[in-house]
Design a protein around this ligand. Structure first.
Ligand SMILES: COc1cccc(COC(=O)c2cn[nH]c2)c1
Length: 231
């Protein structure tokens, strides 16, 4: 998979070389290419923002640099319409299901907004040649999209075959089966007076599976009742 990221802080994505994704990049399974939005400006100050029409505080990202940056990363005549994702507090919430869907694609483009946002015409024009999505990673406001893109790249990248060592470890996880995951334990059997639940030491796999499922349901009922399947 190739991922292009348009940002005013391309160095932000150097950290991906350190993590698990670094191996996936070196082996060619995953290619993440940052593009500096300022490289698509033509004034001495490499200006990417300006004051908002209609007034108001803050600055808005200008459309011209974005247009030229997307010209660079979007294929002229794509066989499949690429997806361009802009993190935004006003977006559709990013979920494990969306991560799974996006992990199946060959090419993703991410656009990192800053300031008060990006001129709306950037999204409107991009929609003539790509599938544009505003995606939120949660109900809070960041200073820019870079942290959100890192989170999405990690969530998507780890689902790509060959990126995570043991694919089995991707199955029993929170949100994979729609429920929160059960509590985990490892040695020692007793630690600071706290013991591992005996069922997990029983060797009775049926009982262990039943206990884990009950723990998932109990935890989901308590913490995230919105995730519970309809009765
Ligand atoms: C598109 O324009 C902007 C403007 C300002 C910040 C951002 C970054 O996204 C978030 O803040 C966010 C994403 N999910 N939850 C919060 C984008």
């Amino acid at each position: 998979m190739r991922i292009d990221v348009v940002t005013i802080f391309p160095e932000f994505f150097d950290v991906l070389d350190i993590s698990l994704l670094g191996k996936a990049r070196r082996t060619g399974i995953l290619e993440v290419v940052p593009h500096n939005l300022r490289d698509f400006t033509h004034d001495r100050h490499r200006t990417v923002d300006d004051t908002p029409y209609g007034g108001g505080a803050g600055m808005v990202m200008k459309p011209e640099p974005w247009g030229e940056a997307l010209d660079e990363v979007l294929p002229e005549h794509p066989d499949a319409r690429p997806v361009v994702i802009f993190p935004s507090p006003a977006g559709t919430v990013f979920t494990q299901a969306m991560a799974r869907e996006l992990a199946g694609r060959d090419h993703l483009v991410f656009g990192c907004g800053r300031y008060e946002g990006i001129d709306q015409r950037v999204f409107d024009h991009a929609a003539t040649r790509a599938e544009v999505r505003l995606v939120s990673i949660g109900d809070y406001v960041l200073n820019g999209g870079e942290v959100a893109v890192m989170a999405m790249i990690e969530a998507i990248g780890r689902l790509i075959p060959g990126v995570v060592g043991n694919p089995e470890s991707l199955v029993e996880e929170s949100h994979e089966d729609g429920l929160l995951e059960y509590p985990s334990y490892t040695k020692p059997a007793s630690w600071r007076g706290l013991d591992v639940p005996p069922v997990l030491m029983s060797g009775n796999h049926k009982a262990v599976d039943a206990w884990r499922r009950e723990q998932q349901l109990e935890r989901t009922r308590r913490v995230r009742p919105d995730l519970l399947p309809p009765e």
